[in-house]
Design a binder for this molecule. Structure first.
Ligand SMILES: Nc1ncnc2c1ncn2[C@@H]1O[C@H](COP(=O)(O)OP(=O)(O)OP(=O)(O)O)[C@@H](O)[C@H]1O
Ligand SMILES: [Mg+2]
Length: 330
């Protein structure tokens, strides 16, 4: 069991940590409208330990991908710090000391594969990114390392072929090989199975688990689907409108979710593994991050909301060493 420890826990340094991170976007609705700030990620603190699989779950638009992009340096925080291996994470790019040590797998495998490049060259490409790459296998050529990783994902000999010769599931395997080829410390998986047929989803999740066991990276695993994060992750963060509202070990979360939003997500999840008596989400879209409600962001949809919920943002409440949540009703 992974104990939930505060960010300041001196015992072991997390491989990745967020310290009070926010990310704002300036947006305007319509050409003449004024620009407004939208907090896609709002004061998030988290830690990812070496080799663990940390889940991030929440509805569309709650800020999961923005958090994932902050975690690999594709976006910089508006405030707060992202630390990788104890040092401030530099912006992603070739030559950065962290290049290749954090990799990403996206929902659409085609987005990371150049259709005109042979698969072997695409898989080898991240090896040219920077100096921070692991020594493991470094004596082999890039081509050999790409081929070895393609073999590890069950696609021996695929390197000479082109992406269009493969199915969606196979292309996601290639994306996994490309992410793992640098032997990264962290892989951010952003909805890695959401675009795949149901029959291929389970195979792909099993592959991700297999390669994690074999090569040891930590995963930040993003999904809107509770059953997918429940299958993959030992520890889960529940995100709502830019904020983390619950953090818990998987078994605790599934047995007794604390936050009414987590309860609603579990009530909606398509599996019979957990209690179903929780009230579901009311119909309709979540509030816009452009005009977030005051107080608890969930209060307009919460069956338990009180006057205090409409007024004050809830602080964290420790329920046990395995669970904490931000809800006035706890
Ligand atoms: N580059 C950007 N400029 C302006 N607004 C943005 C930008 N990127 C994201 N947003 C907004 O930030 C909020 C969070 O978006 P994000 O893509 O992180 O959510 P998500 O949880 O990944 O959603 P989904 O499940 O649909 O992928 C949304 O309101 C989105 O419109
Ligand atoms: Mg997203």
């Amino acid at each position: 069991m992974t104990a939930l420890s505060p960010l300041t826990d001196p015992q072991e340094r997390p491989i990745l940590a967020f310290e009070d991170v926010s990310r704002l976007f300036r947006v305007r609705r319509g050409f003449f409208a004024e620009r407004n700030s939208l907090a896609a990620v709002n004061r998030v603190s988290l830690r990812l330990d070496r080799g663990e699989c940390l889940g991030l779950v929440g509805e569309s638009g709650c800020g999961k991908s923005t958090l994932g992009r902050l975690a690999c340096g594709l976006l910089t925080p508006s405030s707060g710090r992202v630390l990788f291996d104890g040092r401030p994470l530099p912006e992603a790019g070739a030559g950065s000391w962290a290049a290749g040590r954090i990799q990403m797998i996206f929902q659409d495998p085609s987005s990371s594969l150049n259709p005109r490049m042979r698969v072997g060259a695409s898989v080898a490409e991240p090896l040219t990114a920077g100096p921070g790459l692991s020594e493991a296998g470094a004596q082999d050529s890039h081509e050999d390392r790409a081929e070895a990783m393609l073999t590890a994902v069950g696609l021996a000999g695929a390197g000479r072929r082109y992406p269009h010769e493969f199915s969606g599931g196979q292309r996601q395997r290639i994306a996994v090989a490309r992410a793992l080829v640098t032997r990264p410390d962290v892989v951010v998986c952003d909805e890695p199975v959401s675009s795949l047929d149901a029959s291929v989803q389970a195979q792909t999740l099993n592959l991700l688990r297999e390669v994690q066991e074999r090569f040891g990276p930590a995963y930040l695993f993003i999904s809107h689907d509770m059953s997918v994060v429940g299958f993959m992750c030992e520890r889960i963060l529940v995100m709502y409108l830019g904020r983390i509202v619950e953090e818990a070990e998987r078994d605790t979360l599934f047995a007794s979710p604390a936050h009414p939003y987590s309860q609603a997500l579990l009530a909606a999840a398509p599996s019979g593994l957990w209690k179903k008596e929780f009230p579901p989400l009311p119909d309709g879209e979540p509030p816009s991050p452009l005009a977030p409600p005051p107080g608890c962001p969930f209060h307009p949809r919460c069956p338990k909301a009180t006057e205090q919920c409409r007024r004050d943002v809830p602080e964290w409440k420790e329920i046990s060493s395995a669970q904490r949540a931000r809800c006035h009703c706890l």
